[in-house]
Design a protein around this ligand. Structure first.
Ligand code: HAM
Length: 460
């Protein structure tokens, strides 16, 4: 009852409280690098017309069960879920979950705020913590950070165009180049449409039937419930069997095949190197067609996936929304930092940190909108956008399937200039540029293009 100190004169030490296993504090010595990679992402992504979205850190459990998939490791084993007691008699208890990823939340938000109704393409990026109950180790945490982006809209917005897939990949290459990340490898695959995947899953199930008893218990279960997940397995003893299984490439419909070929052609036009990996199906169920991962050899050990992503053409419908194809990625920010630190230790300084935050942004008009006049000009359009963005201009690219009127309407709201790229312009190395402020339209040599675009008044 008394406050008299114990005879020794010291107050007994209370046990200290430590950060929860798998979570970390980032101290001032480390945060400048975090801020630098985030600021660089904001500047680079703004050049491609992305705006920031922030969604809640917890959501209804149902969102992830439906969006990411009940059978995935994330949903079946790794989510932090709790039953939230309704406080008022009128409120029901609800099952809530700390977000294990942000794509489902972003798509939910675009549906909830009717962002598809405007008919335009939504280009959204996010930076924030995600939560998965994984076994902690270097590069794998229970609270980790992602820098991600999603491109999503109704089919009429061009969201389904292979140009979008290639643009997102080219943007990632540009971002990593800007940060000075070296030795990354882009692994690429197509998992086909939902129908292709059904046929392929059936073929996999059949091929696994006679051999599955030789595999680990997890793979035996997956062989029945979701055979695609067997391809993700890292179980050393099962690799020979897995490598001999049928390949998704042999089950792609002509449409899916053509989509993938166009992605590759646009990547070639932008000189983005890639490696095809037929086993890259990724651990989330929403993927269709293009899937990808960037891996690095320095700093990450076994957790060498720096980032991952892909197309998810049916996710909006799975969440009760309209048809709205999309593609996106998420970079593991913790892993990006580990990579940069390891490179630095090896004596290869990364980027200088000269970029400042808060510049760019989509509120300001973009410098130019490139309108390819046919799908054959899509790769050239993306390559031109790459060139202009590298010169620090903000640029959006349309799609060759758009009517000219539509391209002009979009360009007029988004940008100061429209650049028309037809067969003639591509073959003569010219571009037709119209400046909206003055209404002046002229064909210019490609060598003069930058100078023209930098002028807002259209004085050629
Ligand atoms: P994901 O492959 O599950 O995809 O995660 C993306 C990246 O987040 C991984 O490549 C890795 O760098 C990082 N990551 C994942 N788990 C952990 C962890 N426990 N600790 C540290 N880093 C981790 C997605 O989350 C999809 N939402 C990506 C996407 C966006 N697909 C389409 N749009």
């Amino acid at each position: 009852m008394s406050n008299t100190p114990p005879p020794s004169g010291k107050t007994p030490a209370r046990p200290t409280i430590k950060a929860v296993r798998g979570t970390r504090d980032l101290l001032p010595a480390e945060t400048p690098l975090w801020n630098h990679v985030e600021a660089t992402a904001r500047v680079v992504f703004a050049r491609y017309g992305f705006g920031e979205i922030r969604t809640p850190i917890f959501e209804a459990t149902e969102l992830f069960a439906r969006g990411v998939g009940e059978e995935t490791d994330i949903v079946s084993k790794e989510m932090f879920t709790w039953e939230d007691r309704g406080r008022a008699a009128s409120e029901k208890n609800s099952s809530l979950t700390l977000r294990p990823e942000n794509t489902a939340g972003v798509v939910r938000a675009t549906i909830e705020h009717n962002l598809f109704e405007t008919g335009v393409l939504n280009k959204l990026y996010y930076i924030g913590p995600q939560f998965r109950r994984e076994r902690p180790q270097r590069g794998r945490y229970r609270q980790f950070w992602q820098i991600g982006a999603e491109v999503i809209g109704p089919p009429s917005s061009g969201a389904e165009s292979p140009l979008r897939d290639a643009e997102v990949l080219e943007m990632l290459a540009a971002y990593l180049r800007e940060l000075g990340v070296r030795d990354w490898k882009l692994e690429l695959n197509s998992v086909g449409s939902a129908e292709d995947r059904t046929t392929y899953s059936a073929a996999l199930r059949e091929a696994l039937q006679p051999v599955k008893h030789l595999m680990c218990p997890d793979n035996q279960r997956r062989a029945e419930t979701n055979p695609l997940r067997v391809l993700d397995s890292k179980e050393e003893a099962d690799q020979e069997i897995i490598n001999a299984l049928p390949k998704i490439a042999d089950f792609l419909s002509p449409d899916s095949r053509s989509h993938f070929e166009q992605v590759l052609a646009a990547l070639d036009a932008c000189a983005v190197p890639y490696t095809l990996n037929p086993r890259l199906v990724r651990g989330l169920d929403y993927y269709t067609r293009t899937t990808f991962e960037f891996t690095v050899t320095t700093g990450l050990g076994t957790q060498n996936a720096l980032l991952g992503g892909g197309r998810y053409d049916g996710l909006s419908e799975m969440l009760g929304g309209p048809r709205a194809p999309g593609i996106g990625f998420a970079i593991g920010e913790d892993r990006l930092i580990l990579t940069l630190q390891a490179q630095e230790e090896l004596g290869a300084p990364s980027s200088t940190g000269s970029l400042t935050a808060g510049q760019g942004g989509v509120a300001k008009k973009l410098d130019a909108y490139i309108a390819p006049l046919g799908t054959a000009q899509n790769p050239a359009a993306l390559a031109l956008a790459k060139e202009l963005r590298a010169a620090d201009l903000s640029v959006e690219v349309g799609d060759g399937s758009f009517k000219l009127r539509k391209s002009f309407d979009i360009a007029d709201t988004l940008a100061c200039h429209i650049i028309l790229l037809g067969e003639d312009e591509v073959s003569t190395n010219t571009a037709t540029v119209k400046t909206f402020a003055t209404g002046v339209q002229k064909k210019v040599e490609r060598s003069a293009l930058l100078e023209v675009l930098r002028k807002q008044d259209g004085s050629f």
